[in-house]
Design a protein around this ligand. Structure first.
Ligand SMILES: *[C@@H]1O[C@H](CO)[C@@H](O)[C@H](O)[C@H]1NC(C)=O
Ligand SMILES: *[C@@H]1O[C@H](CO)[C@@H](O)[C@H](O)[C@H]1NC(C)=O
Length: 233
């Protein structure tokens, strides 16, 4: 039985995009993952890393199954400084509701990175700061050599082995507001399930002929969207 995945994208008060897609399970963990050659400048090492399938992104993490403690780094390479990034997991569900996000961007005035948490409770998230449903500590971010990185320590439920995670980037608008990310290609594919034990990601692939529904309610303002994953069997 093939996995049925539905990825959808919702835009703040403006647009609604639904992309139902069938998926074929495919692992993207090559024998020589690019992330393995990365060294963190503070000498930190992680037990697992994975090259994410799209958006020049990498995930490094160390995970303690019995406690659920997840030390994680999300890196996005080749990014303008006037960008925001976000990485989220849904620790309990396959859908978007309940996803726990960490957002980061560089303050255009001070040059200081801001990193904060945002719990996704609607299908039109604005990624404003809010507490997460899981414990998170040590949230920070940096931007070096066109690479934006989020660091965080999460506390998942003990014995969690697989989580859905999503990642995204978009432009920073005037006043450092988060602008809507691209609605095409890789930006709609930045969702996978992540096996915390093996480090493998299972990517989703759209089948030709997918319906793309765009419902525009208002004009496009400073819109922000986030991918949705709904999976069933
Ligand atoms: C950016 O930094 C400036 C100067 O520190 C501060 O006044 C401003 O509020 C910051 N902007 C955001 C969006 O955090
Ligand atoms: C996690 O799994 C271990 C081994 O199966 C079990 O002993 C332990 O009680 C589990 N912990 C929780 C919180 O379910």
């Amino acid at each position: 039985m093939s996995l049925f995945l539905r990825a959808a994208l919702v835009v703040l008060c403006c647009m609604f995009v639904l992309i139902p897609s069938f998926t074929t399970a495919a692992t993207d963990q090559g024998l020589h993952a690019r992330c393995e050659s990365h060294s963190f400048k503070n000498g930190k090492t992680f037990s697992s890393c994975t090259d994410l399938p799209v958006l020049d992104s990498f995930l490094h993490f160390s995970y303690a199954l019995e406690t659920g403690a997840l030390e994680v780094v999300y890196r996005h390479a080749n990014l303008e400084s006037s960008s925001w990034i976000a990485w989220a997991i849904n620790p309990t569900k396959t859908g978007m509701l309940g996803a726990q996000a960490i957002v980061a961007y560089r303050n255009s005035t001070s040059g200081v990175m801001r990193a904060y948490t945002s719990s996704i409770n609607s299908y039109a998230p604005r990624l404003q700061e809010s507490p997460l449903s899981i414990r998170v500590t040590q949230v920070s971010a940096e931007y070096i050599d066109r690479e934006m990185t989020i660091f965080a320590n999460l506390l998942l439920y003990p014995n969690t082995t697989v989580v859905n995670h999503l990642w995204q980037d978009g432009p920073l608008k005037e006043g450092d507001t988060l602008g809507m990310h691209s609605m095409s290609g890789d930006h709609l594919k930045s969702i996978t399930s992540l096996d915390l034990l093996s480090g493998q990601v299972t990517s989703t692939k759209s089948v030709d002929g997918n319906m793309l529904l765009v419902k525009q309610i208002h004009g496009v303002v400073n819109a922000l969207s986030w991918g949705i994953l709904m999976a069933g069997t």
